[in-house]
Design a protein around this ligand. Structure first.
Ligand code: ADP
Length: 562
């Protein structure tokens, strides 16, 4: 164990640039020249910069002195020689370092940090940017639209190469759409094509686009949360949802607002590895969970991004298979890419000391992403938050049209006992997923993560001599980000901007995503209040009949550009 710790504690040396990244582990980590340095690159840069300045200063002083005294310039003293050697060495280093980086910036505009983990289940980035100016793209596919459509229909040109070959994403989408229409014999008139920037989704958000689905965005609020007001965007086609959440916001605002606390912040990824024996799997578990090894593992993990900060590793065994759940801070990113890259770094490194470790998959479902799982409910994933409010009796009566005792009783019988009868996992609420999903779609989150993000227990209690209502929602796994993924698309970023959480928080990385998580929880609180009140007052069916049963035939309503 001692030996392993020593080997790991010098990750740059321990990982020989080529051999230490076995192909079978599927590593995508790029090996860089800087990996060979004995100290971190930033320290090396500082060292050589200081050496350069010091030696140059010394030589200039000597030069001036020689000119003043009339001594020949080429005559060197013993102390001049190390200064000249230092000057040349630091000059060569600095030119190589910054010169190569400068040349590379022309050859490739790829940002290392954005070079996300690519595995077989993730699409490779598009080889060409979708720019009309790309000369290579323009040369790659000749012919007018009709000819290209025919070639796609005949199977001579694969549909997925259109963006790269044409260099015009809008044109590629139009041609693909026409080809699909001809192949299927079905039109897509209702699906708009124009009015969307297809280059913004290229290689990141959606492949082979043929249009975009329109979703209305409604606003609930103001939501008074932690002393500030938020107007919450919700993308939904469920009538009543925005109106109902809005009513909940009104009740919260009339009762001095809600208070929300972030309890935990950490995204998880759990690879599965296999050994020949359960004993070996247990050895790795002990190694990973030994606090003395944490610092070393942390250094290796955190190399994935300046925002990645490893928090812990929890292991679970199934025979000779080991599941290691890594948890880390990911700044303002939801963090799946970041945590995956960090995990890959650690796996690559571990392979040196556990060569018999067979990496089965970077995700072994103990993470657990987009599936109901007790581990998220109990341990949390993403942001774990609790949000509470005390709703005054008068507000319950006038705004929510019910009584405190009716709400408390209904909550016990429905959200607690009812969900227990149903064998629920994290579903001790009335409709958290309604609000979570609508906000997720509006703000560019991954809507598939509503599965665990909607885990919520709603509690209600009569307080202040049984007059007022204390309501809380506890949500252990809200997975949100304000950078990366769909958050940078125009519409989604406008919604984030409305909430004041657009992009990265430069002063305090992670503050924007944590604030967004609190807004999600506050909105869920509003939604719970309102729906539970409607149920308690027997209004649900009535209001749904009013808002959800329009007699207009919406299939006849065509989008603007059709
Ligand atoms: P995810 O990990 O949620 O899939 P991405 O990896 O797609 O997100 O996006 C995160 C990217 O944004 C990284 O390249 C990271 O370097 C960059 N970034 C810039 N500012 C921040 C920040 N404040 N927090 C997190 N990531 C940031």
């Amino acid at each position: 164990m001692e030996f392993r710790r020593r080997a790991l504690s010098k990750p740059h040396r321990s990982l020989s640039p080529v051999g230490a990244f076995p192909a079978k582990s599927g590593s995508s980590t790029r090996v860089q020249a800087s990996d060979a340095l004995p100290i971190p690159i930033r320290h090396t840069n500082k060292l050589f910069s200081v050496l350069f300045m010091a030696s140059m200063y010394y030589l200039m002083c000597r030069w001036r002195e020689k000119i003043r005294t009339g001594a020949p310039l080429h005559a060197l003293t013993l102390s001049d020689i190390p200064a000249i050697v230092g000057f040349i060495a630091s000059l060569v280093y600095l030119i190589s370092f910054f010169g190569i980086a400068y040349v590379q910036s022309f050859v490739s505009s790829h940002d290392d940090e954005d070079d996300f983990l690519l595995s077989s289940d993730q699409p490779a980035p598009c080889p060409l940017t979708c720019s009309k100016k790309s000369p290579l793209a323009a040369e790659s596919l000749f012919g007018d639209d009709e000819e290209i459509v025919s070639a796609v229909v005949a199977g001579k040109i694969p549909s997925y190469v259109l963006e790269a070959k044409l260099g015009d994403c809008r044109r590629a989408a139009g041609i693909r759409r026409e080809a699909i229409s001809r192949i299927t014999g079905r039109g897509m008139e209702g699906l708009p094509l124009d009015g969307f920037d297809y280059s913004s989704i290229l290689g990141q958000c959606c492949e082979m686009p043929v249009g975009y689905v329109q979703l209305p965005v409604g606003i609930a609020g103001p939501l008074l949360l932690n002393g500030k007001e938020y107007f919450v965007p919700m993308a939904t086609t469920e009538g009543c949802l925005v109106a109902s959440t809005n009513r909940g916001c009104k009740a919260i605002a009339a009762s001095d607002g809600a208070v929300c606390v972030v309890l935990k912040d950490g995204m998880t990824r759990a690879p599965v590895v296999r050994f020949a024996t359960a004993k070996r799997a247990a050895e790795l578990k002990f190694f990973l969970e030994d606090p003395r090894n944490f610092e070393t593992l942390e250094i290796v993990f955190n190399r994935s991004s300046r925002f990645a900060k490893l928090q812990g590793i929890k292991c679970s065994l199934a025979g000779k298979n080991l599941y290691m759940r890594f948890t880390c801070l990911t700044g303002d990113a939801m963090g799946m890419n970041m945590v995956s890259k960090g995990v890959q770094n650690v796996l690559d490194c571990l392979q040196n000391d556990f060569p018999d470790m067979d990496v089965i998959s970077i995700s072994g479902n103990f993470c657990s992403d987009k599936k109901p799982a007790a581990v998220n409910w109990i341990e949390g994933r993403g942001k774990s938050v609790v949000c509470e409010a005390i709703i005054k009796e008068e507000t319950v009566r006038k705004v929510l049209k019910t009584t405190v005792s009716a709400l408390v009783e209904l909550n016990t019988l429905k959200n607690l006992a009812g969900s227990a009868v149903a064998g629920s996992l994290g579903g001790f609420n009335a409709h958290a997923s309604n609000i979570v999903t609508a906000i997720y779609i509006a703000t560019g989150q991954d809507p598939a993560q509503n599965v665990e993000s909607s885990h919520c227990i709603t509690m209600m209690e009569a307080v202040n001599d049984n007059n007022d209502l204390h309501i809380s929602v506890t949500m252990p796994s809200i997975e949100v980000g304000t950078v990366g993924g769909g958050t940078q698309l125009a519409s989604q970023s406008a919604c984030l901007n409305l909430l004041g959480v657009k992009g990265a928080n430069l002063d305090s990385p992670g503050a924007n995503s944590r604030l967004l998580a609190t807004i999600v929880a506050g909105s869920v609180l509003a939604g719970e209040l309102s729906l539970m009140s409607a149920l308690a007052a027997g209004q649900l069916v009535k209001s749904h009949m009013k808002y959800n049963r329009s007699i207009k035939d919406m299939s006849k309503a065509l989008p603007p550009d059709s």
